[in-house]
Design a protein around this ligand. Sequence first.
Ligand code: HEC
Ligand code: HEC
Ligand code: HEC
Ligand code: HEC
Ligand code: HEC
Length: 303
Amino acid sequence: MMFLRVLFLLALVFASVPSRADVDITSKFSNQGSVANTRHNMTQRQSSGGGPSAAIMDPYRNDYQEVCVYCHTPHAANTTVALPLWNRTIKVTTYTTYEQLGTSTLTQSVSQPGPNSLACLSCHDGQTAVDSIVNMPGSGGYSAAQMTAQNNSFLNTWTNTRGPDASVHLGMSAPDNTGCLACHSPDAGFVGAGATDFRAFRIGTDLTNDHPVGVTFPTNNGPGTDFNTPGGTKGSTKFYDRNGNNHMDKDEIRLYDSGAGPKVECASCHDPHGVSPGGGAFNPTFLRVSNTGSAVCMTCHSK
Ligand code: HEC
Ligand code: HEC
Ligand code: HEC
Ligand code: HEC
Ligand code: HEC
């Protein structure tokens, strides 16, 4: 009887393990309802119960006590980049693009990442601290120089009313496992215990092992070609209008145009606020559509 029960439990476990592409690395955030309940809440405090112990991270990044402010500000935003009310430092960088890998199959040209990738890379390339913003909450606390460069003495002017002041301002760090990864990786952990392994989230500045971004969408698309036609248009941005409502909804894959035609960027596939397929948990890894059955890929690629 006991043996059978164990077998049954094992069967349940195996039956419920989805493929890697469909799961998030376990989180203390619920990953539903709001960006506040995801890993993109840089206060690292969950709004209601059960979240991670933010105090552990307090010495390493400012707790601005607001979720949006790590990325957006209502006033005095970063004007060096065409992004919605952007509050983060965008360090001028030359990325190694996918094209430099030199595959013989690529037909389109690849430029440096556009704004809708630079937003993500402002944290995920590991060069800039997650709390490096232009305009801090409240009055004062503004630095125009922050638009393109991280200045720690400016960041040190913030006083954390909920815990210790940050003495250092960490980014994800590439290529070494310093920064947040000093704890959030198994091999370099100086504290380690309980810290999730975040190495997979560190994209770095070498984009040759990532799906091309800044890559032009082929003008030759539609039936008989390798690419499906994005039917929806908003300005010069194109999108796959799944529900046919002529509106660029957050659960629709899109192609951004910053002047050189529609291109694939990080936010083509991901929405950094989280997207729920129907009221409950967000799609894993901030994807606009669940990638079950490779649905993300087959939106664009006709394969
Ligand atoms: C001194 C070690 C240490 C450093 C440095 C550190 N963390 Fe953490 N972090 C932890 C530990 C331990 C936990 C788990 C604690 C908990 O959940 O109560 C954690 C939890 C988290 C979580 C929640 C994970 C989840 O989804 O459950 C996030 C997000 C996070 N840290 C981000 C960061 C970022 C961003 C940085 C760099 C600014 C950083 N951490 C630096 C130790 C650290
Ligand atoms: C981790 C960074 C991050 C956080 C935190 C964040 N955003 Fe955003 N937000 C972005 C990025 C990146 C874009 C641009 C998306 C794109 O390229 O399409 C964006 C776009 C937007 C837009 C315009 C396009 C859209 O998706 O509607 C609004 C409005 C917005 N954010 C509001 C908010 C609010 C309100 C909060 C806080 C509750 C918030 N965001 C938190 C990164 C963030
Ligand atoms: C303010 C900094 C910041 C910005 C901007 C940002 N991220 Fe993140 N992102 C993080 C942190 C911190 C984590 C948690 C893991 C870590 O610390 O490495 C994370 C986690 C993720 C994850 C893993 C989620 C999971 O649970 O598996 C994905 C996917 C992701 N980000 C994509 C994006 C994309 C795409 C953009 C732009 C549209 C973006 N991020 C913008 C800081 C940021
Ligand atoms: C063509 C679609 C597409 C584009 C473009 C794209 N991603 Fe992803 N990304 C995905 C899919 C699908 C996954 C989930 C695959 C998996 O779990 O390995 C993912 C996973 C991730 C993860 C979680 C780590 C991992 O490997 O699972 C991070 C972080 C991330 N993406 C960030 C980015 C950033 C930053 C960019 C832009 C430089 C970007 N993505 C561009 C489709 C895309
Ligand atoms: C938003 C549209 C879009 C989505 C979604 C998308 N791709 Fe692509 N992909 C492209 C474009 C455009 C190219 C460039 C094609 C070319 O140059 O011929 C490309 C190129 C590629 C290449 C070829 C690179 C080479 O060296 O020839 C592969 C492989 C690929 N994508 C796989 C995927 C996978 C796997 C997914 C799902 C995780 C995916 N794509 C999702 C648009 C997309």
